[in-house]
Design a protein around this ligand. Structure first.
Ligand code: ADP
Length: 550
């Protein structure tokens, strides 16, 4: 700004100075010329009068440094000159002023020197004797006048430049100071210059626009954060150089981090080859799917490249927890294999015995045993199929009617159903506690109690005891089935609720077990949002406790 002001000042000052100089020089020059000419004319008149009276004697007596007098005869011959030898001077008949004087009585002319720096002014007057007296004076030309004042002009210019710098500095400071003090946060509250009010109102409008855009961006960022932080899936956004831009809380949990620094490399989060290779693949193909194991969990990783203007602008990484899906798939596979096996075993024995019977190869005394075995295996098949159907219903979460059920009569009913089985082993069954009502699904609650009591008898010893206990707490209705049977070793506790899991396969088969009883119990308890717990010591007995929220 200072430079611009300086330049503007110079642009005004220099032409003004030059014009002033030229005008003043011109005026002065013409004034001086006029004065000089008037002086010359009066000098010429005096000299003419002198020459008229005394001839060349007068001229010989003239001593002037300023003027030169030349006396020329009517034919142009120089008769006398105050500065030069007449013999050296040529004929002046052709000189303009002499010609004019000879013709008209007076003449005037001026001639420049070779360098143009000097000008000689001539005035000539015709005397009464026909001769001409000429006066001449050398004077500086306008050019030499200008050259002469060059030094002071240069000095004035220098002073003008210095003054311009100082003034420009001062002016720019004066102009800039109020501008620097402008409060751009509140542009409309400033009253520095009227001229900048359109600028201030534009800044004000832009402020409003920017704050609106900021607000909408902030809202969008908040929405994005809220959506991503509540997502089950891990979400990571990277830029084209694999730099972290956003990592949601689920992704931080997966990679066992509390926070991330935007701008850090993706490697600070994960250095595994799988993800590095997958990112390289996504960079090439635009998309990649891979799988990742972290903390005994399995994740499916989808990486999508985001393009902008046909160039990779970044990547979106989505990590979905598929642990449950994988284990469900595994259990389904195992279940199918187990079901086929469990169905095949009794069927093979039915086919074998019925073949013997139909071929007439069975001895008459074996026939009752064979038919009994066929009956037993067929019954096992039916109960197995029943259990499978029950489990698949529970798996599918089929909606079932609930009602208020009194536990004591239900337990009593189940004891009655199992009494013949219990008496085979001489196992006694007792019920203790209070009669408690619970809201539940009748068939499932019967199933829970039946399976637990059935197991307590099946895996009991001769003359053993089974006790059913019913009670309630503030929140739950509870019942427990205890026996003093063979018990379950600790290492099997976590697995006995799995489908087809048995501690002792042959014992289970022999006693008609399907290996699905406790699975059904677990699911039926879960249907009631209840909890199940197991305490068991080998050779001492087992207690299974169920609590169902009121
Ligand atoms: P099963 O049809 O074989 O009885 P369950 O699912 O009911 O199948 O039980 C799984 C396994 O748990 C049984 O095979 C048995 O080994 C064990 N078990 C269940 N209840 C008892 C119990 N009260 N005492 C000892 N072992 C038990």
């Amino acid at each position: 700004m200072t430079k611009r002001i300086f330049r503007s000042i110079l642009l005004v000052v220099i032409p003004v100075l030059l014009a002033g100089l030229i005008i003043i020089s011109g005026v002065m020059y013409s004034y001086l010329t006029e004065v000089q000419e008037a002086q010359m004319l009066s000098e010429l008149s005096l000299a003419a009068a002198g020459v008229e009276q005394k001839g060349t004697d007068y001229l010989s007596a003239v001593r002037s440094k300023d003027f030169r007098l030349t006396y020329v005869s009517s034919d142009g011959t120089v008769i006398f000159d105050t500065e030069s030898q007449v013999s050296n001077m040529d004929n002046h008949a052709n000189r303009e002023e002499i010609k004019e004087a000879l013709l008209g009585g007076s003449g005037k002319s001026s001639r420049y020197s070779a360098t143009l720096t000097e000008q000689t002014l001539y005035y000539a007057k015709k005397l009464s004797n026909g001769n001409v007296l000429r006066i001449s004076i050398d004077r500086a030309s306008v050019l030499s006048l200008l050259l002469g004042v060059l030094q002071p002009i240069a000095f004035i210019f220098l002073v003008a430049i210095i003054l311009s710098v100082i003034i420009a500095n001062r002016i720019s400071k004066k102009i800039v100071m109020p501008l620097n003090e402008l409060d751009l946060d509140e542009p409309m509250k400033n009253d520095a210059y009227d001229e900048i009010s359109p600028l201030l109102s534009r800044i004000h409008r832009q402020h409003k626009q920017i704050s609106m855009q900021e607000e909408s961006l902030r809202r969008k960022a908040e929405e994005f954060d809220q959506i991503t932080s509540n997502m089950q899936e891990g979400l990571i956004l990277l830029d084209s150089k694999n730099t972290l831009m956003s990592v949601n809380s689920a992704a931080l949990r997966i990679f066992d981090r509390f926070c991330f620094n935007p701008g850090d490399s993706f490697l600070t989060l994960d250095r595994s080859h799988e993800l590095r290779d997958a990112l390289a693949q996504a960079e090439k193909d635009g998309y990649c799917e891979t799988f990742l194991s972290r903390d005994s969990k399995e994740y499916r990783v989808n990486i999508s490249r985001i393009d902008s203007d046909d160039k990779p602008a970044g990547y979106v990484i989505l990590l979905s927890d598929i642990t449950d899906k994988i284990s469900a798939e595994r259990s389904r596979r195992e279940f199918t294999a187990n079901v086929s096996h469990e169905l095949k075993t009794p069927l093979q024995s039915i086919i074998g015995y019925s073949e013997l019977l139909s071929n007439g190869m069975a001895k008459p005394q074996d026939i009752p045993t064979f038919t009994a075995t066929i009956y037993k295996e067929a019954t096992r098949l039916v109960s197995l199929i029943d259990d499978i159907i029950r489990l698949s219903q529970l798996d599918e979460g089929v909606q079932m009617q609930t009602e208020d059920i009194s536990l004591m009569p239900l337990a009593q009913d189940i004891i009655n159903q199992l009494s013949s089985k219990a008496s085979e082993k001489n196992v006694s069954i007792t019920i203790e506690g209070e009669n408690v009502d619970v809201r539940g699904q009748f068939r499932l609650l019967s199933e829970i109690l039946f399976n637990l009591c059935d197991n307590a008898i099946k895996y009991n010893r001769q003359n053993g005891n089974v006790a059913i206990k019913i009670w309630q707490t503030d929140q739950d209705v509870c019942f427990a089935v205890s026996d003093n049977g063979i018990g379950i070793p600790k290492e099997h506790h976590s697995r006995i609720f799995e489908r087809f899991y048995r501690v002792d396969k042959s014992h289970s088969r022999q006693s008609g077990g399907t290996g699905l009883g406790l699975s059904i119990v677990k699911h039926a308890v879960a249907f009631h949002n209840g909890k199940i717990s197991l305490e068991s010591v080998p050779d001492e007995g087992t207690t299974v406790t169920v609590s169902i929220p009121k």
